[in-house]
Design a binder for this molecule. Structure first.
Ligand code: GLC
Length: 801
């Protein structure tokens, strides 16, 4: 029983015994003597949905979180009944529903071991103030159980012993443990006894999660309204839990254009045009790669969305084109607040068409944001989203802007204590009219969704790029995200690290922080360390409030500029690796960042690690999070890893000291990995190259790696014009064999691979490519040996002595 909720005095109510049971294909309907209904739906063998109603009637079954593309179907379903329980069996799970109490327990169908069980299970309080119920669920927490996920919470990776709320909140200069902040992602994964399961509580009201904080043996979650409606997702591997959750709430609809995975520079604000150009020119002069430049609110005319300040930007189309000719994509900010101004088209149109949110009794929802007093479109109405999408025509199709940045969409309102809309504001909620209590957490996602559709349409045949601040589960289908207004402090560097990992295991891999910190100003050392972390986040952007001075890579002196260049160059070299990881993410939901617990849950030493993570599948990274460091202690997960900088091989499963002066950071490559690298470019597509590098890290044994490629923009890849190469490495004492398998019809410009062999334990005496011996002159005989070969080889065989 959760005692510590707001309306505790009203008292908890509980289901009584089951008096009715009916099976309808994949859904089992139970009803109790006191009128509670429970629907148990088998979504997949490892995914079961639980839906409770206290009145016996369910609401219209509508979800913004769950995608229509979610996989459904199971291979096996059997329901039996004994004296005390109904037993629902799939090929992965056994779910028992207790007849007297409606309590649920879940077991692994293979070894019959308990995974998770209700403590009190479903209960509720009537909510006299608003109607409906505060719906609650409590589950038993095992001693060794740990918890992860929950979106952007700025805390250590493991959530055990903590309590959280999900209510999207504008949180300027939030701190460690501030809760809630910008996002509401009511999904967590738990691990106990090497079995991982997840719970997605698909309820957009304010939700709360208690991970054994109130009571050591209880985990609970509850919402201020709506239904107790959750999905139980079984692994037993944590990665499979995350993949299944991502399948349910959606993978990104398309790969990002490759440029969006490059480096982005932003500030509040670059203006006028000459200032923008000065920044972009300096990037090129100093040869620091960069693909995107951002225009914050000052590009607009009086902060009116979809307008330009013509004094500062007299000819946006020309400017955008010139930037593009120099390899810069322009990304502009668009906020939800529409300035109240009858001379302003967008405002007038929305007013005429009745697209703005209204208070319960009829007046418009008026609130102050950057432009002063504003009204706000109701993005939960399909018609409004459609109109909003249409507004991007000029920006994208005509002016040539390539990306849109949606901010303030919690929605944020200034000068009011709750920083947002009042509860009584009405929303359409796609034909399920409701108050802001229900629509608040989804507002930002629906805005980003409408923006995405606009960009998708007008950028066609190119791919859209959207970034949002607020998000609910499923937002990853449409947009990338950043963590909001952080601070230039060492603590925030660590928070950014944890948030990016946490977002990745919450199904949202396309995420990053404001590198260097948004509020206040970093010193050069902090900026350099943050860049080192940021280049390993899928979204990589420097941003700052601009109040405290400049934050471009060159403002901290030459030493820092050189370090930044070195790491941004590394990001650009590793683009094919990141792109391949992204492809895995959009294909099967594999998170791009893996906290060590997700990488190796069996090793319990990983359960409380927060700093180290695996980037993609084969690169281990651990940022330096303290000043004056010459290195740090870190945990190396099990297996063997090569120090990226020295090629030294280390055996994992232990903590160790790793050197890392300011121009370095701890980075390791998994043995046997084949890491693809591009030559350094100043921006994506700058160069056509004839060869790319494959760094091959010797392993005695086998390891497989992948390389995905396509045209880097457009949708041809969906029609088969991609190439997916698998490299199987087999290392023996005096031999190394690399077999390549290729799928897909895309043919990249490059024709050769420069194969670089790291740490071969033998000197090469002969080489065969597809069974034909080649001349050894080609082999560079330094410590790292390299040869250049045709990219279409099937088997490369090195022999040594
Ligand atoms: C908000 C955003 C920040 C942006 C600023 C001005 O604080 O989080 O990124 O620069 O608004 O638009």
């Amino acid at each position: 029983m959760i005692v510590n909720t707001e309306l505790e005095q009203k008292g908890n109510l509980f289901p009584s015994k089951i008096i009715n049971y009916k099976k309808d294909v994949d859904t089992l309907h139970f009803s109790t003597k006191n009128g509670v209904a429970l629907q148990v739906t088998v979504v997949r063998d490892s995914v079961i949905r639980f839906r409770y109603s206290t009145t016996g009637k369910f609401e219209n079954d509508f979800s913004y979180g769950v995608t229509i593309h979610a996989s459904r179907g199971y291979s096996f379903l059997d329901v039996t009944e004994d004296e005390t329980h109904y037993n629902i069996t799939t090929s992965k799970l056994i779910c028992k529903v207790e007849k007297q109490s409606l309590q649920v327990s879940l077991f692994d169908a293979i070894d019959n071991k308990l995974i998770n069980e209700d403590e009190i299970g479903f209960h509720w309080e009537e909510c006299y103030q608003h109607g409906g119920d505060i719906v609650k669920m409590s589950k038993t927490c095992q001693k060794s159980e740990s918890f992860y996920g929950l979106g952007d919470k700025p805390v250590d990776v493991n959530l055990k012993g903590k309590r959280f709320e999900n209510w999207a909140t504008d949180s300027y200069a939030f701190g460690k443990n501030t809760d809630p902040i910008y996002k509401a992602i009511p999904f967590y994964t738990a691990i106990q006894d090497n079995k991982a399961y997840g719970i997605f509580f698909d309820n957009t009201f304010k939700t709360s999660f208690d991970f054994a904080q109130e009571r050591r043996n209880v985990t609970s979650f509850w919402a201020q309204g709506g239904e107790m409606n959750y999905y139980f997702i079984y692994g037993p591997q944590m990665e499979d839990v995350v993949k299944n959750y991502t399948d349910l709430t959606g993978k990104p609809h398309a790969l990002p254009p490759l440029w969006a995975l490059g480096f982005h520079q932003c500030k509040w604000s670059y203006y006028p045009e000459a200032n923008v150009k000065e920044v972009t020119n300096t990037f090129r002069d100093l040869k620091i790669p960069c693909d995107a430049i951002y225009l914050d609110i000052d590009y607009m005319d009086g902060f009116r969305c979809f307008t330009w300040d013509k004094n500062h930007f007299p000819d946006p189309k020309r400017m955008v084109k010139e930037l593009e000719d120099d390899g810069f994509k322009t990304v502009v900010i668009i906020d939800p607040g529409i300035k109240i101004d009858l001379e302003y088209d967008v405002f007038k149109e929305a007013l005429d068409q009745d697209y703005f949110c209204k208070r319960a009794d009829g007046p418009y929802m008026k609130g102050k944001v950057w432009p002063g007093e504003c009204y706000f479109p109701d993005y939960t109405k399909p018609e409004v989203r459609e109109w909003w999408s249409g507004l991007f025509k000029e920006l994208i199709e005509d002016i040539g802007v390539k990306g849109v940045w949606n901010d303030m969409n919690e929605p944020a309102v200034m000068d009011v204590p709750n920083k947002s809309f009042p509860d009584d504001v009405r929303h359409d909620y796609d034909g399920n009219p409701c108050s802001h209590r229900k629509a608040h957490n989804i507002y930002g996602t629906q805005m980003a969704r409408a923006t995405y559709h606009g960009l998708k349409k007008y950028a066609y045949p190119k791919r859209p790029f959207v970034i949002t601040r607020s998000a609910y589960s499923g937002a990853q289908r449409y947009t990338s995200t950043w963590m909001g207004d952080n601070i230039a402090s060492w603590e925030h560097l660590a928070i950014a690290n944890n948030q990016a990992q946490r977002m990745a295991m919450s199904g949202f891999s396309f995420a990053g922080s404001d590198i260097g910190g948004f509020a206040e100003q970093p010193q050069g050392e902090l900026f350099a360390r943050w860049i080192q972390l940021g280049v390993f986040h899928a979204f990589c952007r420097v941003h700052s409030s601009g109040d405290h001075g400049a934050q471009e890579p060159w403002v901290f002196g030459e030493e820092i500029t050189d370090i930044v260049r070195k790491f941004v160059e590394l990001r650009y070299q590793l683009l094919p690796y990141l792109y391949t990881s992204f492809w895995k993410y959009i294909n099967d939901g594999t998170p791009i960042l893996k906290s060590l617990v997700l990488y190796d849950q069996e090793d319990i030493a990983t359960h409380y690690r927060s700093d180290e993570f695996v980037y993609g599948e084969q690169i281990l990274v651990c940022p330096i999070q303290e000043p004056n460091a010459k290195g740090r202690r870190m945990y190396i997960p099990r297996g063997k890893w090569y120090n990226f900088w020295t090629d030294e091989l280390v055996e994992g499963g232990k903590e160790m000291w790793v050197d890392a002066d300011l121009d370095s950071m701890p980075m390791f490559i998994k043995e046997g990995a084949v890491i693809p690298k591009y030559p350094v470019q100043q921006y994506v597509g700058e160069k056509k190259f004839d060869e790319i590098t494959l760094d091959v890290y010797y392993k005695k044994g086998k390891e497989s790696s992948k390389l995905y490629d396509d045209a880097h923009d457009g949708y041809d890849y969906k029609k088969g014009r991609f190439s997916l190469r698998t490299f199987k490495v087999t290392g023996k004492k005096k031999e190394l064999i690399i077999q390549q398998h290729k799928r897909g019809e895309f043919n990249a410009d490059y024709t050769k691979f420069n194969m670089v062999f790291h740490n071969l334990p033998f000197a090469i005496t002969s080489i065969q490519i597809d069974n034909v011996e080649i001349k050894l002159e080609n082999v560079n005989t330094a410590k790292t040996q390299a040869i250049t070969i045709d990219k279409e080889f099937t088997e490369l065989h090195l022999f040594g002595k």
